[in-house]
Write a protein of this length. Structure first.
Length: 629
């Protein structure tokens, strides 16, 4: 080390180096060895790295100042500030590292934006330390995507350890042997069997094949309440379309199925053979205050005032899930399932108030709820597809339905959509033929407004009603988009307007003013670009999935996306989602409204590094998409 080796100066340098990953994991004596090997470099504004006369591979650590890393065509790759590492000249496959070579021929040009104070260390020294401490060698041998993958593997391991239902097999919960009854038996015999054996449901068997399921609620609702004779066959009141789940599935899959289908008993199968039954009670006893429990309470609510009271539990559930270490995907699916339960209950109330619908229809969720990526009390995005047999005067009923449900959701904390993407808007409450026309026009004439609508309405899911209405529209849409490269090109160009903040200046480019000054917008600068990419992959490849991770997984290995890139993009998306969920949990615990604006000061230096890695992965895939179109 050059200059005066004063103890205080060494101590100060040691403290600084120890604050920077991966050196924060080194023992004190090894850190002291590293500090002794450091060289101090002063580089003037406008000069290039490496400094003149330095030719061997080195790692540079920026103590003060700012540096820009540029590609060979002059595009900004990243900006480095205090505490950042510049490893552009670290690897041994570089040949002579003279200043002239770097500025003219290197694939990466490194220029100072200010007068800089740098520490540097020979690659050979780090190699020697890395041989003893693999965390050091691993860090410098990995690229952004690999570092991020390691981080998410660690997060997933922690989730497995802390999770309850997510990674616990259904086989840990189901009751066996399964209780069954012959289809020819009477309702009275079924009730007696349930009472004697202590079961709340029975699987109905006909010639050794399961043909349905009957619960104690069915007996009350379909027999006692309707005056049906108890001597009637049990097949008269059973539910014929019985949902089942494979024994290899995890308990969280069972939770989501029961929440979505609003059922409380789920037969478990092994190779299509019934082996047992899992119930809501089984899962609630294990999970406590979870999505199924809340959904069950919501279903029993009789007034909007009751629903409003229940909705106040949503932020608490989000906090609880975050504390459990749940993934953003798990949190999003749980919250979305509960929003769906609120919506279904309000629709049921509306149908009770206004009578049955004049023609079949489907209530649709759009945006994050459709993708099952919603967080507590997001704004509303919904629509209605109505059967083509509707008459003009039928719309009065659907207008009443839309007003009742949207007002009810607003009472429960789901604010009205600022862009009026709601079923109360007549434009988004139309017969199926008009929805076909909408999508055809948007694809064939991709105006800016059409592209905006595409980004919203290409993410749709049926919440309630006739699912075939949306499925038919989606099938025609995907047929059109697969064969329309012009539309995909326009959609790609539009999607690339949202870019991750890669122009780092002293860590990150932050918002400069307003309420969210000095923060990063995790949603618009990180999560939304991935959602947009996934949607483009799905439309290009005819993929009907709506959930972002499912879209990426199904696009993996297609002409649109390699398997490796798909894995990297999912890692980036899950990491950003994790930061968002943790940030929102902190805001909710402080009694504030949850937002998407993260101050880098909230997270560790290591997490800041992972965040940069995530942004780089997204930018690389955006660039690949841009070059394709």
């Amino acid at each position: 080390m050059t200059g005066q080796n004063m103890a205080t100066e060494l101590s100060e340098i040691s403290t600084f180096i120890h604050s920077i990953p991966p050196f924060d994991s080194l023992p004190k004596q090894v850190l002291a060895q590293l500090v002794r090997e450091l060289t101090i470099n002063y580089v003037r504004k406008g000069d290039y790295l490496p400094p003149k006369g330095v030719n061997e591979p080195r790692l540079y650590i920026l103590r003060k100042g700012a540096i820009s890393c540029l590609s060979s065509d002059g595009e900004l790759v990243s900006r480095l500030g205090e505490g950042d590492l510049c490893d552009a000249f670290y690897h041994h496959d570089e040949q002579t590292l003279s200043n002239s070579k770097i500025t003219s021929e290197s694939p990466l040009q490194v220029q100072t934006d200010e007068d800089c104070l740098l520490y540097s260390v020979k690659a050979a020294v780090l190699d020697e330390i890395g041989a003893r401490f693999p965390s050091i060698s691993d860090y410098f041998s990995q690229n952004s995507a690999q570092r991020l993958k390691n981080k998410m593997s660690q997060v997933n391991e922690e989730a497995i350890l802390s999770s309850t239902l997510m990674n616990t097999a259904v086989s840990n919960f189901y009751q066996s042997p399964i209780a069954s009854i012959n289809a020819e038996k009477t309702i009275q015999q079924a009730a007696m069997q349930m009472n004697e054996e202590g079961y709340s449901c029975l699987v109905v068997i006909d010639k050794e094949n399961p043909v349905g399921i009957v619960t104690d609620k069915d007996i009350r609702r379909r027999c006692v309440a309707t005056g049906l004779a108890t001597s009637a066959a049990i097949s008269e009141i059973m539910t014929r379309d019985m949902y089942t789940i494979e024994v290899k599935s995890n308990a969280y899959d069972a939770l989501m199925m029961m929440t979505a289908k609003h059922i409380h008993h789920l037969p478990v199968t092994r190779h299509d053979q019934l082996v047992g039954m899992v119930t809501v009670t089984d899962l609630i006893n294990n999970e406590g205050h979870n999505a199924i429990n809340l959904s069950s309470i919501i279903h029993k609510a009789r007034t909007i005032a009751e629903l409003k009271e229940i909705s106040q539990l949503l932020p608490k559930l989000q906090i609880r899930l975050a504390k459990l270490g749940s993934s953003a995907d798990h949190v999003g699916k749980s919250i979305s399932a509960i929003t769906m339960a609120f919506t279904k209950r309000l629709i049921a109330m509306a149908e009770y108030k206004y009578g049955q619908a004049p023609v079949p229809y489907a209530w649709l969720a759009a945006g994050s709820q459709a993708r099952q990526e919603q967080l507590a009390h997001s704004d509303q995005d919904n629509a209605i597809i109505i059967c083509n047999s509707m008459k003009p005067y039928d719309d009065a009923w659907f207008e009443s339905l839309a007003t009742f449900v949207c007002d009810g959701l607003a009472e429960c904390g789901f604010i009205y959509c600022p862009g009026d993407i709601m079923a109360t808007n007549p434009k988004w409450r139309q017969p199926q033929k008009m929805w076909h026309k909408y999508f055809t026009d948007w694809v064939e004439t991709p105006s800016p407004k059409a592209l905006l609508n595409s980004s919203i309405f290409f993410d749709l899911e049926t919440v309630y009603g006739d699912v075939s209405l949306l499925n038919q529209v989606r099938k025609k849409l995907l047929h059109k988009t697969q064969n329309n490269t012009l539309f995909i090109a326009h959609l790609t160009k539009n999607a690339l307007n949202l870019r991750p903040p890669l122009g780092f200046f002293r860590d990150f480019v932050l918002k400069q003013n307003g309420k969210h000054r000095a923060t990063l917008d995790l949603k618009n600068n990180g999560i939304a670009p991935v959602v947009d990419l996934a949607r483009i992959y799905a439309l290009s490849e005819g993929i009907s999935a709506v959930n972002t991770i499912e879209r990426i997984q199904q696009a993996a290995g297609t002409p649109s996306l390699s398997k490796e890139s798909a894995e990297n993009l999912i890692d980036a998306y899950e990491f950003l989602g994790m930061l968002r969920v943790e940030h929102q949990a902190k805001e909710l615990m402080r009694g504030k409204s949850a937002d998407n604006f993260l101050s880098p000061k909230e997270i560790s230096k290591l997490e800041q590094g992972h965040l940069k890695d995530a942004f780089k992965v997204i930018k690389n895939l955006q660039d690949a998409r841009q070059s394709s179109y």
